[in-house]
Design a binder for this molecule. Structure first.
Ligand SMILES: Cc1ncc(C[n+]2csc(CCOP(=O)(O)OP(=O)(O)O)c2C)c(N)n1
Ligand SMILES: [Mg+2]
Length: 324
């Protein structure tokens, strides 16, 4: 598939922004500046980027506990994200939600979610609303290999298939659910084959190749817009960090250093950078400039977040759903 240069550069920029945002979050967590749990997306950037590049602004996504990459790829504001991670009052959830609750309804970001596979029924509901309103929007539903073993996965796929809902189910198969290898928890090796149980289309792609993800995304999004129903895309990828930040000291108990290093060698960003340089889409000077622009954007986000106050204690219950 021949893509225009502007789109390719935009995808490179998105991947790099996700990487640098996550590296900054990693550093802030290590310095104990970010409270709560933090699950980083480093190594998986091509999945969110390739998928969201095929979406329109008015399309929806549902996300997971590892959601920063999805949010950034759908156009989320990194200043509001950073403020939320730091618990500040101008953050996406006014500093009360943290990493696993970031949402931006205006951008169709229906929310990160601490409950594994909980985005799946939410996506089905959003897609049903699209159908009932007679619109041609679509929903991209991100979930992990672990999530695909949940009942919510199977119920959602069945219903979406039955009602021909416009959902693209994007399985981010990073091969582990916390410390459990997919081979120890899943009855089949290739999760996309579960499409057959529901009579829907599906495919498997190299989740570290942003162009492959984009191509699969484009085809399936077009199909969903035409009213031809849901698709299951499995993206094979790998997370470089532990399940959550803080896990590092026990990482090698369930996977080897060699395995991790092998995947780091297959970095999706370095790989795409080589494609762009080889094809003359961008020069080394252009690559350096993108890096500087991202550093500057991140710096501004940090300043915004750090200059923002914490919520007042008397506002602890404001903006929350609760019963008197
Ligand atoms: C319903 C539910 N069960 C268990 C958990 C605990 N938990 C949090 S993340 C996780 C593993 C998820 O693995 P996967 O879906 O592969 O996503 P990944 O972390 O690899 O991105 C589990 C079991 C949870 N949050 N929600
Ligand atoms: Mg996983």
């Amino acid at each position: 598939m021949q893509l225009n240069n502007e789109l390719m550069i935009q995808m490179y920029r998105t991947m790099l922004l996700i990487r640098r945002f996550e590296e900054k979050a990693m550093e802030l967590k290590a310095r104990q500046i970010i409270p709560g749990l933090l699950h980083l997306y480093i190594g998986e950037e091509a999945v969110a980027t390739g998928m969201c590049a095929a979406l329109r602004r008015d399309d929806y996504i549902s996300s997971t506990h590892r959601g920063h990459g999805h949010c950034i790829a759908k156009g989320g504001d990194i200043s509001l994200m950073m403020a939320e991670l730091l618990g500040r009052e101008k953050g996406y959830c006014r500093g009360k939600g943290g990493s696993m609750h970031i949402a931006d309804i205006d951008l169709g970001i229906l929310g990160a979610n601490g409950v594994v596979a909980a985005g799946m029924p939410i996506s089905g509901g959003a897609a049903l609303s699209i159908k009932m309103r007679g619109k041609d929007q679509v929903v991209a539903c991100f979930f992990g290999d672990g999530g695909s073993n949940q009942g919510a996965f199977h119920e959602s796929l069945n219903m979406a298939a039955l009602w021909k809902l416009p959902v693209i189910y994007v399985c981010e198969n990073n091969q582990y659910a916390i410390s459990v290898a997919q081979s120890r928890s899943c009855s089949i090796r290739d999760i996309y084959l579960r499409k057959d149980a529901y009579g829907i289309e599906g495919c498997m792609v190299d989740g570290n190749d942003v162009l492959a993800v984009y191509q699969a995304a484009k085809e399936t999004v077009d199909r969903a817009r035409r009213g031809e129903g849901p698709t299951l895309i499995e993206c094979k990828t790998y997370r470089w960090r532990g399940h959550y930040e803080g896990e590092a000291d026990r990482t090698y108990t369930y996977r080897t250093k060699q395995e991790i290093e092998g995947w780091i060698d297959r970095c999706p960003i370095k790989r795409f950078q080589k494609v762009l340089l080889d094809q003359g889409v961008v020069s080394q000077v252009g690559i350096n400039q993108i890096e500087q622009e991202i550093q500057s954007d991140l710096q501004k986000a940090m300043e915004f977040a750090q200059n923002c106050p914490f919520p007042e204690p008397q506002d602890a219950l404001k903006d929350l759903y609760y019963e008197e």
